[in-house]
Design a protein around this ligand. Sequence first.
Ligand code: AMP
Length: 300
Amino acid sequence: MSNILVVGSVALDSVKTPFGERKEVLGGSATFFSVAASHFAPVALVAVVGEDFPKKHIELLKNKKIDLAGLEVAKGETFRWSGEYSFDFNNRTTIFTHLNVFADFKPKVPQSYQNKDILFLANIDPQLQLDVLRQVNKPKLIACDTMNLWIEVKPKILKDLLKHVDIFFLNEPEARQLTGKSNLVKAAEDILKMGPSRVIIKKGEHGALMFSRNSVFCVPAFLLETVVDPTGAGDTFAGGMIGYLAKCGKVNETNLRRAIVYGSVMATFAVEAFSLGKLAKVTKADINARLTQFERFTCF
Ligand code: AMP
């Protein structure tokens, strides 16, 4: 079993979907990732919150046995993000991004975190992702996620970072935005030339694609009857995938393919409720039941 270090956002989200609205609920890329990954392997977190961050959220993360030695509580307000989804969930509009304590954050990786096996750079300013990368002893695996905002405002830093990354996660529109290629095969080829040996393109309700220089793997999304709020689906997908890889201890084609299925299964729990309403309550039995169902959906 390997262990995981994650840096990313811990946030208070305000979200509007066709099925309701929630204000100032627990969110953040590192939050969704850590809770998903904690089902499979030990997770240590580097992030910052403000003094206003509710204690109950810290308790939730502690209950999941996530190591919070690297969670700084800084003077000021917690990072806040707000988004709104269209009726079919395919389009999301960011209403606001208030970096707050993240604006002056200088990540300090605790001594006890410096030799982790896997580093996951969850979606956050690529400069902060690089700052963390520079403070650790070479992990066995470095994976990274990003979003449209950073591709738009910090493309050069993101590309510098990608030279060090093994597995890169991004969604379909982001792959097109980063490469200027509309065809996803061509976009993936371009991204592989930027450094990563694997690129995972997330296609929301249409599943995910994994490209390497000599292989492609496609996985559909799990067919769900209830989708309430897709926020965090991508981070949870990455948490399930990287968590499972950590549990396997070895990164090879077979484990990577199985890991993508675990990621897809974990993402289903993120979208069934607002915030971590469902994800935080998931049991091993829930995960296994959904895996069995996933096999039934895809076996022919
Ligand atoms: P996802 O739906 O997987 O793309 O992730 C949604 C989560 O990302 C939300 O909980 C937000 O708090 C967080 N988020 C949104 N924008 C940013 C940003 N610019 N930097 C870091 N995290 C963000």
